[in-house]
Design a binder for this molecule. Sequence first.
Ligand SMILES: *[C@@H]1O[C@H](CO)[C@@H](O)[C@H](O)[C@H]1NC(C)=O
Ligand SMILES: *[C@@H]1O[C@H](CO)[C@@H](O)[C@H](O)[C@H]1NC(C)=O
Ligand SMILES: *[C@@H]1O[C@H](CO)[C@@H](O)[C@H](O)[C@H]1NC(C)=O
Length: 297
Amino acid sequence: MTSLICVVLILCTASITVAQSDYLPVVLWHGMGDSCCNPSTMGRIKNLIQEQHNGTYVVSIMIGNSIIADEESSFLGNANDQVAFVCEKLQADPELSGGYHAIGFSQGGQFLRAVAQRCPSPPMVNFATLGSQHQGVFGFPTCDNFTEPFCEDLRLVLSQGAYLPGLQNHVIQAQYWHDPLDEAGYRQGNIFLPDINQENTINESYKQNLLALENLILVLFLQDITVIPRESSWFGFYKPGQDIELQTLQESVLYTEDRLGLKALDEAGKLHFLTSDGGHMHYTDEWFIENILPYLT
Ligand SMILES: *[C@@H]1O[C@H](CO)[C@@H](O)[C@H](O)[C@H]1NC(C)=O
Ligand SMILES: *[C@@H]1O[C@H](CO)[C@@H](O)[C@H](O)[C@H]1NC(C)=O
Ligand SMILES: *[C@@H]1O[C@H](CO)[C@@H](O)[C@H](O)[C@H]1NC(C)=O
């Protein structure tokens, strides 16, 4: 465990292709258990973007000094440190100095959102997240039948340890564990998500930076049973104090008080709610080309 915790974060770009092109570069952040350089996930998307967008420069974020370390860092580490590290790397990359589009895959979506909010330079222009957990999760992946006592018990048990500092600082998934039965514990104990969601204090620059986006595209997978509740991909979540009834983003304080600029983005026609008819992160190349790529021009 210690050696894993001490893993030095090194970000590199997955096989860089530089090309003159009319398209802005694209930055990808992969999901849990995935890596920068998996040919069937990030590699496939990188190729797809480059085929469709004239060889534009694509960076697939890698944390750690090897593909294995990168994959490990999607489970172990501190999301705040990872976001800061990625920010430095993006700033150091001359190819990105004119701005970039970003796509976050599953948990990579909320981490890239933190980059957008905390790291305004170079500017992120259009930003899409696929199956991300913007309001966190309250449930064990695939255990989504809460009339089945086992699933309900499991999430209550997981909640008991999630906000302990020993776990918070080292387990990535604990940093977006959101217990609606204990909102106060979540706000105080969770070191990442309440901060980027402006739960405790309002950081005006987070809001200004997010408002600078031209478009924010949120994709929800209709048959997602990994993200619980799946509405989190659209900033929906359980109403505070219970774990059955859901509220939409538009019903939440985050929106009604416009703490993060999402309401303003929505009213300006810059916030897009898309669905994909499939399980978590199941989509075809055709779907991606039709629904996501038009935003990256
Ligand atoms: C594609 O890129 C080449 C240079 O790499 C450029 O000459 C050409 O105009 C670009 N085409 C389009 C359609 O952007
Ligand atoms: C707001 O966020 C920025 C970027 O992370 C940080 O530098 C600044 O200290 C924060 N401001 C406050 C008041 O916390
Ligand atoms: C959920 O669990 C209950 C209780 O075990 C069971 O009766 C029901 O069929 C399950 N529903 C689904 C959709 O699996």
